[in-house]
Each structure stands twice: as C-alpha cells, then as structure tokens.
Design a protein around this ligand. Structure first.
Ligand SMILES: NC(=O)c1ccc[n+]([C@@H]2O[C@H](COP(=O)([O-])OP(=O)(O)OC[C@H]3O[C@@H](n4cnc5c(N)ncnc54)[C@H](OP(=O)(O)O)[C@@H]3O)[C@@H](O)[C@H]2O)c1
Length: 156
C-alpha cells in the first residue's frame, strides 16, 4: 500500500523556508514512531533537511539528479512508476511517502491511505499539501486529538 504521511494546517500549509512552520514534539514523535522500521519515499529536499534528525531504515530518495551517495539503506531513484506498480494496492507491502510538496503531488493520486495530522490554526508557508478528494477515502480513524492537532488515518 502507498501511505502518505503529513502534517498540514487549516490552509494545507506544510512548510516554510524549508522547515516545518510549527514546533510540535508530540506530532514529530508520532511521525518517527510510525515510520520506524518502515520502507519510505522522501523527496531529495526534505531528505536533505531532516536526515540528521530522522532515522531512515530503508527506502528511496526521489531525485532526477546525480548526487554523491553513500547512504547504504536508502536508494536514490526517479523511477516513480516502478514504485507505484510495486506498492499500490499491495496489502503485503507498505511504503510511506514522507513529502515534501512535490513528492506528495507525485503520489497523491496513487495513495491507498493517508495519515494526516491536521494542525490547528494558520501559519505562514510556501509549501502545501495537494488538494485531495476525501470522498475517495471512506474509512477514517482518529489516532490523536489534542489542543494543537488531530491525527486522522484515512483509508479506502
Ligand atoms: N508538514 C509535513 O508533513 C512535511 C513533510 C515533509 C516536508 N515538508 C516540507 O516540505 C518542504 C519541501 O518540499 P519540496 O516540494 O520543496 O521538496 P521535496 O518534495 O522534499 O523534494 C523535491 C525534490 O525531490 C525530487 N523529486 C520530486 N518529485 C520527483 C519525481 N517525480 N521524480 C524524481 N525526482 C523527484 C527532486 O529532487 P532533485 O532536485 O534532486 O532532482 C525535487 O527537487 C519543506 O518546507 C519541508 O519542511 C513538510
């Protein structure tokens, strides 16, 4: 299954100046817990910003360029079609799409599941989560609900 995991605010803002626009340790910890030991896909820009704070166990970094690469557990790729063929609708294999904007835009139409932390309030931002059709995701389960954010899992 292709699972997009993200946190966005009331205007769908996900980032500002290459960073998260909020500081919510509980949300970050939840994110780290979910992706622990999972196969991931992350855009090259997001990877560059978070590689020192997030442990990636295995998966792919999306890029169209040649980069010097010595991260053994992650493979650099631009072969989006192969990833979609391998994981979309496959109940035996999950891959977690970690963003950012361009990467979410690449995979949103193929998502089997979304895990969204809806951050309360409006924030200054320059990156957004794509618009998506909530009616395609019939099942919703609230995972966390507190004063700062509500995390909901959406599945088809
Ligand atoms: N709130 C959240 O949940 C969340 C999560 C993640 C990130 N973010 C935020 O999102 C922002 C970064 O987003 P972004 O859109 O600038 O960058 P991004 O999606 O992280 O990375 C973009 C890069 O990924 C590669 N790429 C993307 N799509 C590709 C495709 N189809 N094929 C091959 N390569 C592809 C390209 O790398 P090359 O240039 O190397 O070719 C592209 O420049 C930051 O502000 C970050 O903080 C927020």
């Amino acid at each position: 299954m292709i699972i997009l995991i993200s946190a966005y605010d009331e205007n769908r803002v996900i980032g500002n100046n290459d960073k998260l626009p909020w500081n919510l340790p509980e949300e970050t910890n939840y994110f780290k817990q979910v992706i622990n030991n999972k196969v991931v896909i992350v855009g090259y820009k997001t990877y560059s910003y978070i590689k020192d704070i997030v442990k990636f166990d295995s998966g792919y970094v999306l890029s169209r360029k040649q980069h010097e690469w010595n991260t053994a557990n992650l493979e650099i790729t631009d072969d989006v079609n192969s990833l979609i063929l391998k994981y979309k609708g496959n109940e035996n294999k999950d891959i977690y799409v970690l963003g950012g904007q361009e990467t979410y835009e690449t995979f949103i139409d193929y998502a089997d599941e979304l895990i969204i932390s809806h951050i309360k309030g409006e924030h200054k931002g320059d990156k957004y989560f794509p618009i998506w059709d909530s009616y395609l995701f019939k099942n919703q389960k609230t995972i966390i609900d507190n004063n700062n954010f509500t995390t909901i899992m959406y599945s088809k």
